[in-house]
Design a protein around this ligand. Structure first.
Ligand code: 6CS
Ligand code: FE
Length: 392
């Protein structure tokens, strides 16, 4: 496959294309120029495969390709762990960092202790109560076929406790260690999976969406998932294809207008083909880390992941903080389309400073219920821009 940036799903099951693909596209020649790139030139010759007609800015991660195109498999061309720090400041130890690098995720069981978990669960309940009384807030996302709540976005706006938690010194140390820069929150959310009713998330790479719909330049970003309830093999743990973070899958299917209105409920655009998922899972295997409430799972923005529905009686609720390097601030999406709203993806990033007090208040968690703190009472209307939010 030398000289060809594409490979097929079946290629994905052996040596995933890496070096082959890289002679097709290099970062410097595609990322910052409006000149036709080698990729574009080749696509013109080849016709339908590859870069969509609607593309406005050359991208080294083509996706949302016209129907009939060939799905792309591109080798990762940037690091997973950006710093080589192994430090003694609460960041990951060398083994955990190496696991994240190699597999694209790492699980940190019981990262938060019982008191911290209790405080977070109280805040979760406060957020659910707020959501129930503000059913039309645009930050609320409902299940595809029901009114049940699926996600609450921008919880760093609606919860002082979660905002402060996002700046927990331990989390900031880890984020800086992985990303080697000041960090900001690209997105925060609660993903709820109540017993009996919680629905699945289909296979996807977050970066694919964040690049094409939000304009995130590169894979210098990861998700921090905090379990607010016990996560078992049965109640819908996040499933990963470990190692898949080293392949960017350029997906077939163009982006409809206002895609986020449906994609956050059920994603059908920007998802790899079933053949691709099958090949990558055969190559890499499939894991679903579990652990008690308070467990933290970190996973790279390009790691393919999904989760099943929850038919058990017990909830599986997750709090997500998406950390990105400040240098990786969003730009115009490659399509030239309007980016998604700021409650889904921050457009005015601010470097996070570690919270002096994690505000989990280990001695008296109940003092931090939503009603106890003015900033814990969510606004009933979304801020018009990120400017409305100021970290305390
Ligand atoms: O589109 C997004 O940004 C969100 N959707 C999914 C399925 N995962 C990441 C993110 O929350
Ligand atoms: Fe995701």
């Amino acid at each position: 496959m030398s000289g060809d940036e594409r490979s097929t799903a079946s290629d994905a099951s052996d040596e995933v294309t890496a070096s082959d693909a890289s002679d097709g596209v290099s970062a410097s020649e595609t990322s910052e120029t409006s000149e036709p790139t080698r990729t574009h030139r080749r696509q013109r010759v080849r016709g339908k495969a590859g870069v969509p007609d609607t593309i406005a800015t050359p991208t080294r991660y083509p996706s949302r390709l016209p129907t009939g195109s060939v799905e792309l498999f591109l080798p990762r061309d940037v690091p997973v762990v950006w710093s080589d720090d192994t430090r003694d400041d609460g960041a990951l130890d060398p083994a955990a960092l190496a696991h994240f690098d190699q597999h694209g995720f790492v699980s940190l069981p019981s990262f938060f202790d019982a008191d911290e978990v209790r405080a977070l669960q109280i805040e979760l309940d406060a957020q659910l109560a707020w959501a129930a009384s503000h059913p039309d807030d645009p930050r609320l996302v409902r299940e595809p076929d029901a009114d049940a709540l699926r996600s609450i976005f921008a919880v760093h706006q609606t919860s002082a406790r979660f905002e402060s938690l996002s700046r927990d010194p331990r989390l900031i140390a880890i984020a800086r260690q992985i990303l080697d820069d000041d960090v900001y929150l690209h997105q925060t959310r609660l993903n709820l999976k109540p017993g009996f009713d919680g629905k699945e998330f289909w296979w996807h790479s977050d970066f694919e969406t964040w690049h094409h719909e939000d304009g995130m330049p590169t894979m210098r970003c990861f998700s921090c998932v905090i379990a607010l309830s016990d996560v078992t093999p049965h109640n819908g743990p996040v499933l990963f294809l470990p190692g898949s973070h080293r392949t960017f899958v350029g997906c077939v299917g163009e982006t409809p207008d206002e895609n986020h209105q449906t994609s956050l409920r059920r994603q059908t655009i920007g998802v790899p083909s079933r053949d691709a998922i099958r090949a990558l899972s055969q190559k890499h295997g499939l894991v679903g880390p579990t652990g008690p409430a308070g467990t933290v799972v970190l996973f790279d923005c390009n790691l393919l992941h999904a989760s099943n529905g929850n038919v058990t009686p017990d909830p599986r609720h997750h709090l997500f903080f998406v950390y990105s390097a400040l240098e990786n601030r969003v730009v115009d999406p490659p399509s030239g389309r309007r980016p998604r709203p700021t409650h889904v993806a921050t457009r005015e990033p601010r470097a996070l400073r570690p919270s002096a007090d994690t505000s989990l208040d280990r001695t008296d968690p109940s003092s931090h219920t939503a009603d106890a703190s003015p900033r814990s009472t969510p606004r009933s209307t979304p801020p018009s821009t990120d400017r409305a939010w100021r970290p305390s």
